[in-house]
Design a protein around this ligand. Structure first.
Ligand SMILES: NC(=O)c1ccc[n+]([C@@H]2O[C@H](COP(=O)([O-])OP(=O)(O)OC[C@H]3O[C@@H](n4cnc5c(N)ncnc54)[C@H](O)[C@@H]3O)[C@@H](O)[C@H]2O)c1
Length: 249
């Protein structure tokens, strides 16, 4: 599908693995130059960078922890300077650290909220300011259906993802008149490393919850993100698109 994204610049946090990597590759397939922000430029990251380069686009990697607010500002500025502006931001960096609410520690709460919600805000704040001045842009934040329905054992994660939804709707309101759209993709369970650590019975339960009888592959999410980043989606903002095979209907 040609989404008219050729030559645009995209920054994807958490792009070295799983859903973020699939999003980076999908945007590159559509002709975007892609900057990945992730913790480490390891072998997995190198493989993603090679896939991006194979699409004939410019690919770069910034080693950064999304929790670092000041660094987010510098990373966004430098990507925009190197690539002639920043047109697309996808916030996909995320972690889980599960536990029943009465056992969850302050450290577990802070870490998950800091990476998932504060990290998202840090990049949206920096990129949103540039997009506002440029009078256009696309932001897509990757939440989760568990941020919409709640999830046993995930008070911190569900709160962080619900917070991302509220943050995105607020940004959509603030940035709309500047031609910037802000949307959320909320996946159900997706076959990635994050899901790979779960016991088989939890995976089976998730499959049973879907109406399609299967889990998503990362690309199922990436294709929806690419559409939301395109001009074709210019009239869609402040929305939460569930990519969950009907897991949460
Ligand atoms: N896999 C699922 O079932 C599922 C379901 C719903 C939502 N999600 C969300 O999708 C996103 C991607 O998940 P995934 O399954 O691909 O996981 P993943 O673990 O494969 O990828 C997450 C990436 O984020 C990076 N990251 C983690 N902490 C970071 C930090 N502090 N700074 C920078 N980068 C950091 C990791 O290094 C990794 O590359 C997450 O936000 C997750 O919450 C996943």
């Amino acid at each position: 599908m040609d989404l008219g994204l050729k030559g645009r610049t995209a920054l994807v946090t958490g792009g070295a693995s799983g859903i973020g990597a699939a999003i980076a590759v999908e945007l590159a397939r559509e002709g975007c130059n892609v900057a990945i922000v992730d913790l480490k430029r390891d072998d997995k990251a190198e493989a993603v960078l090679a896939e991006l380069a194979a699409q004939g686009v410019r690919a770069s990697f910034c080693e950064a922890d999304v929790r670092d607010f000041a660094l987010a500002e510098r990373v966004v500025q430098s990507v925009a300077e190197a690539d002639g502006g920043l047109h697309v931001l996808v916030c996909c960096a995320g972690i889980t650290d599960d536990g029943l609410s009465w056992k969850l520690t302050e450290a577990q709460w802070d870490r998950v909220l800091d990476v998932n919600l504060k990290g998202c805000f840090a990049y949206c704040r920096a990129a949103g300011a540039l997009m506002k001045d440029a009078r256009g842009g696309r932001i897509v934040n990757i939440a989760s259906i568990n941020g919409l329905r709640g999830k046993f054992g995930q008070a911190n994660y569900a709160a962080s993802k619900g917070g991302m939804v509220a943050l995105s709707k607020t940004l959509a309101r603030e940035l709309g008149k500047f031609g910037v759209t802000v949307n959320v993709v909320a996946p159900g369970m997706v076959r990635t490393d994050m899901a790979g650590v779960l016991p088989p019975e939890v995976i089976e339960k998730a499959v049973d919850e879907t109406v399609l009888g299967r889990l998503a592959e990362p690309r199922d999410c990436a294709i929806v993100v690419a559409f939301l980043c395109s001009d074709a989606a210019r009239h869609v903002t402040g929305q939460v698109v569930q990519v969950d095979g009907g897991q949460y209907l």
